[in-house]
Design a protein around this ligand. Structure first.
Ligand code: GLA
Length: 368
């Protein structure tokens, strides 16, 4: 237990408890970060998973806006990356194959879409979402945080180089959950880390997210083929169901006749963000009209994968005992573009010895 009182009647800081034991007998802990307003995030060092996120609605009532499970065993048994850290590479790499400095690198690849071409998804069979990270509660400028470290060994999931990764989660008194990623390597390797939280701002288990009002500051998209691999083109979204420049309900155009919607079964695409420079910029704003909750996503990344929960099928029973069905949550995965190692025209994801990989994303909560 560790904490500091900073608001009358409130506890802010970080508390720790045992969460469960993995199949290889490693112990997973659960850390609760709480801020001065009672906003809290529960995070386990198994996969760096955000298991719970309590934020107020417009009447000040706290609600859990993150999809997830009550027990570690459920995460071990069946999780579509609920709340998890993703690495070494967010999203797909075609056939799990690319050429790096003249050498072909082969990563485990499987068919994760019925009838489609094999690919490497979210770091492979045992990505960063399925490993135990070394965890330590930390505080800084009044924010409570969690430091997570993981050493991904040379050859792990086929990737070259020992990659030393540090992720910090910070919960600030401005109701922001900030994720800072840092990595160094001893051989050139692709790195594209992200966070795979599924949100439902009305509250997890409260039904679909089609009524959420989405705005994305991205006027271009990396369209995909039938295997959900980027074609390499970067195309404008104007006039298509992918244009979220104006706040628009997720469900408003999701049933439109559109090849990209058909390939992905809905929204599951990488938007190219309209950036003015380096540093944190607003990527997306999501508003849920019945509760008034607003989530803004700020990032220094060039892209965001907006995934609308099209593969959720009710097989996961959530924290309040309700199955997570089709489109009951959405993800905003800030990242470099999918399959970047195979597209010379995309911003590079290759990290080399002597370089530092550093990126941050902020999920900021408020109400209207
Ligand atoms: C990402 C992908 C989706 C799907 C989910 C996990 O968001 O883009 O296609 O694989 O992860 O189910």
């Amino acid at each position: 237990m560790l904490g500091t009182a900073s608001h009358p009647g409130r506890f802010s800081g970080v508390s720790t408890r045992h969460f469960g034991t993995t199949k290889s007998n490693e112990s997973a802990q659960l850390f609760t970060l709480t801020n001065a307003h009672g906003v809290s995030a529960e995070i386990t060092n198994y996969g760096g998973i955000i298991t719970r996120l309590l934020v107020p609605d417009r009447d000040g009532r706290l609600g859990d806006v993150a999809l997830g499970y009550n027990t570690l065993d459920q995460y071990l048994a069946n999780s579509p990356y609920f709340g998890a850290l993703i690495g070494r590479f967010g999203n797909r790499i075609a056939h799990g194959r690319f050429t790096l400095d003249g050498r072909v690198v082969d990563l485990p690849a499987k068919n994760n879409l019925p009838g489609n071409i094999p690919c490497h998804l979210h770091g492979g069979n045992v990505g960063f979402d399925k490993v135990i990270w070394t965890a330590e509660p930390v505080t800084q400028h009044g924010a409570s945080g969690l430091q997570l470290k993981y050493l991904s060994k040379d050859g792990e999931e086929g990737y070259p180089g020992n990659l030393a990764v540090t992720v910090h989660y910070w919960l600030t008194n401005a109701n922001e959950l900030k994720v800072e990623y840092h990595a160094v390597t001893d051989r050139a390797t692709p790195v594209n880390l992200t966070q795979h939280s599924y949100f439902n701002l009305r509250g997890e288990g409260s039904g679909d997210v089609l009524g959420h009002i989405m705005q994305i500051n991205g006027s271009k998209l990396t369209p995909v083929n039938q295997g959900m691999i980027p074609t390499g083109l970067i195309t404008p979204v104007g006039g298509t169901p992918f244009d979220f420049a104006q706040p628009t309900a997720i469900g408003a155009r999701i049933g439109a006749q559109d090849e990209q919607l058909a390939f992905a079964g809905g929204y599951d695409h990488n938007w190219v963000l309209d950036r003015r420079g380096p540093g944190l910029e607003l990527a997306a704003t999501v508003y849920e009209p019945t509760t008034g909750r607003v989530m803004e996503v700020l990032t220094d990344e060039p892209g965001v994968q907006f995934y609308g929960g099209n593969f959720l099928d009710g097989s996961g029973i959530g924290k309040s005992g309700k199955p997570y069905q089709y489109r009951h949550g959405f993800c905003l995965e800030t990242q470099h573009y999918p399959d970047s190692p195979n597209h010379g025209n995309f911003p590079s994801t290759i990290l080399r010895p002597g370089e530092t990989y550093r990126t941050s994303t902020v999920y900021r909560f408020s109400t209207r």
